[in-house]
Write a protein that binds this ligand. Structure first.
Ligand SMILES: NC(=O)C1=CN([C@@H]2O[C@H](COP(=O)(O)OP(=O)(O)OC[C@H]3O[C@@H](n4cnc5c(N)ncnc54)[C@H](O)[C@@H]3O)[C@@H](O)[C@H]2O)[C@@H](O)CC1
Ligand SMILES: Nc1ncnc2c1ncn2[C@@H]1O[C@H](COP(=O)(O)OP(=O)(O)O)[C@@H](O)[C@H]1O
Length: 280
């Protein structure tokens, strides 16, 4: 039997990272995001969200061909171009990196799959989302073998079905059990997105986030959430609390914005959400 809590700030608020007088950009957490091509918007949304959540450094590793696109639309977020796999591997091995995100706009390919495995092999926290998840369709064993440290996977229902081979149930108890079983099967925290998002650890902790507004059902909202989780992980927040905090703040950002929300509105709302949480 499980004990399901509703997500609320009291569960993680004291663990929210904050800078201090000795902080420098790298000590505040360095998020490295794999940037895809030709779908470039998703990684940029994730990067803006990661930076707004407090990471001192956010970078996108992008294929050389996509450098002009990424660089022309980003200022504080760095773009690290690579020409071939060996150069990408060098970027991944940067010891200053403190978390990775792969999937948004990455493309469903062998390259994406290999890069995901290379990120996991570093032993640092990894968020696996979207296309990167799909490259492990039906292969939870492979994921489990590769996962060492903190790993969070963030499927929507379609991706959940392709990775775990089961359709997420509509009735809540069954759905929660499915997510908990999935987390045990792959050895990662599983965050099943939806109107009510369920977060479960392989050890059996589980939370349900219930305050998301339906305006979040918009393209790119999940990419923003993935960037937020990666940012809190990069800043050293424990993985379960990082997932809970990011999911709650993501929903709260949407609530504050109100109607007409598009994904690029979300990162700009994060400071107000954080400020209110850090004040209380
Ligand atoms: N601005 C951008 O650059 C954006 C890029 N995106 C990227 O586009 C790629 C494809 O992402 P999609 O998620 O649209 O994948 P797909 O368009 O491949 O859709 C996945 C499949 O899952 C099904 N599905 C079942 N339940 C679903 C649910 N609850 N939500 C969404 N789909 C569900 C869909 O019908 C579809 O058949 C990813 O790399 C993603 O990161 C999107 O996130 C949208 C924004
Ligand atoms: N009806 C809804 N009500 C509240 N939140 C929703 C609803 N539909 C989707 N969301 C949230 O919006 C985000 C959508 O993410 P995702 O499906 O990955 O979209 P994308 O791939 O376009 O970024 C998730 O955080 C999900 O929980």
């Amino acid at each position: 039997m499980y004990d399901t809590q509703t997500n609320a700030p009291a569960l993680w608020q004291p663990l929210l990272p904050q800078p201090h007088a000795q902080s420098h950009k790298y000590s505040r957490g360095y998020v490295l995001i794999q940037g895809g091509y030709p779908v470039t918007g998703a990684a940029r949304l994730a990067a803006m969200a990661a930076a707004r959540c407090g990471a001192g450094m956010t970078a996108i590793a992008a294929p050389e061909v996509a450098l002009p696109i990424y660089a022309s639309a980003l200022l504080s977020v760095m773009v690290k171009p690579y020409a071939h796999a060996a150069e990408l591997q060098t970027l991944l091995e940067d010891t200053r990196v403190s978390s990775y995100l792969i999937g948004p706009g990455a493309g469903i390919s062998q390259d994406t799959r290999l890069t995901t495995l290379a990120m996991l092999a570093t032993g640092k926290p990894v968020v696996i989302d979207a296309d990167a998840l799909t490259t492990f369709a039906g292969q939870t064993d492979t994921l489990k073998q590769a996962i060492g440290a903190s790993c969070v996977i963030t499927p929507h229902e379609g991706e959940f079905k392709s990775v775990f081979g089961i359709s997420a149930a509509h009735d809540r108890p069954t759905r929660i059990t499915q997510v908990m079983t999935a987390a045990q099967a792959c050895g990662a925290i599983v965050l099943l997105k939806g109107a009510h998002t369920i977060i479960a650890t392989p050890e059996g902790r589980v939370l349900i986030n219930e305050q998301a507004p339906s305006t979040l059902a918009t393209a790119g909202a999940g990419d923003v959430l993935a960037g937020m989780i990666a940012s809190l992980l990069a800043q050293g927040m424990p993985a379960f609390e990082a997932c809970a905090a990011a999911t709650w703040m993501h929903a709260q950002a949407a609530r504050l914005f109100g109607v007409g929300l598009i994904a690029e509105d979300l990162p700009g709302m994060i400071p107000a959400v954080l400020q209110a949480l850090l004040k209380t």
